[in-house]
Design a protein around this ligand. Structure first.
Ligand code: UGY
Ligand code: MN
Length: 247
């Protein structure tokens, strides 16, 4: 349902932001053609990473030359042919890829309507540790675990738990009524996409009703808590910076 004219659930503040699909405005992004790209989160917002949503028309394609940024991509709808470094695979909704800094990636041969979320971050190498390798995989095949033992909150960790990675991307799935066990306050940032269902997100001292398609930025130390509400499970995909020194 469109929002009432002049009203929005969106909020953009110094430590957190919520954007709904009704707020999207497209940007032309180098390397992406035949597609509508929306830069939902980036440095202009205060974040140290970027989150984009790309919706492809027929003949659309996306790609990136080798550079200092790494890219994680998650296919929300449709599919196509992914190439990351030397890896190549046909992918569908629920598949994801990781392109390390310094490696090329491309998505071609897309079905019209294909939709992808991208997280991009400049890679911070860890001295003495080799950079991560490319990944193309199906999130359905990643085993989840109950978060802190709670079967109502299931966590899938999509990237290897390896200090070479300075970013993590996970899927959190909650049964109706499932919730984060406590209000988290942490140095890591998040970029989040609601994949399905509904719930209420606490960000700092505000509580926001959220649903599929909403995007949230949580800056460092943003107090955060979520409860899934409604009659269906809720799930979200989220980014987090990890594994690097405090100073
Ligand atoms: O990984 C996390 O920090 C996660 N528990 N945060 C969140 O879901 N808001
Ligand atoms: Mn968190």
């Amino acid at each position: 349902m469109p929002e009432l004219f002049g009203h929005t659930r969106a909020h953009v503040g110094p430590r957190h932001a919520l954007l709904t699909p009704h707020n999207h405005v497209a940007s032309a992004v180098p390397g992406i053609s035949g597609a509508t790209s929306v830069i939902l989160i980036n440095e202009a917002m205060g974040a140290k990473f970027a989150q984009l949503q790309v919706t492809f028309q027929a003949e659309g394609r996306a790609g990136q030359p080798a550079g200092p940024s790494q890219t994680f991509g998650y296919v929300m709808e449709g599919g196509g042919t992914l190439a990351v470094g030397k890896l190549k695979a046909k992918v569908n909704a629920g598949w994801y890829f990781y392109a390390p800094a310094g490696q090329t990636w491309s998505l071609t041969g897309v079905k019209p309507g294909t939709q992808v979320t991208l997280f991009q971050k400049k890679y911070v190498p860890l001295p003495g540790t080799a950079a991560p390798a490319p990944i193309i995989a199906d999130a359905d095949k990643v085993k989840g675990t109950p978060f802190l033992g709670d079967p109502a909150a299931n966590l899938q960790v999509l990237l290897p738990d390896d200090p070479a990675f300075d970013m993590a991307v996970n899927v959190f799935a909650y049964q109706p009524g499932g919730h984060l066990p406590f209000v988290e306050v942490h140095v890591m940032e998040h970029g989040l996409l609601m994949l399905g269902g509904q719930g209420v997100y606490r960000l700092e001292d505000s509580w926001y009703p959220v649903e599929k398609g909403d995007v949230i930025w949580m800056g460092p130390y943003c107090p955060q808590w979520f409860v899934a509400m409604g009659k269906t499970p809720a799930s979200y995909l989220y980014y987090k910076d990890v594994n690097r020194a405090a100073l």
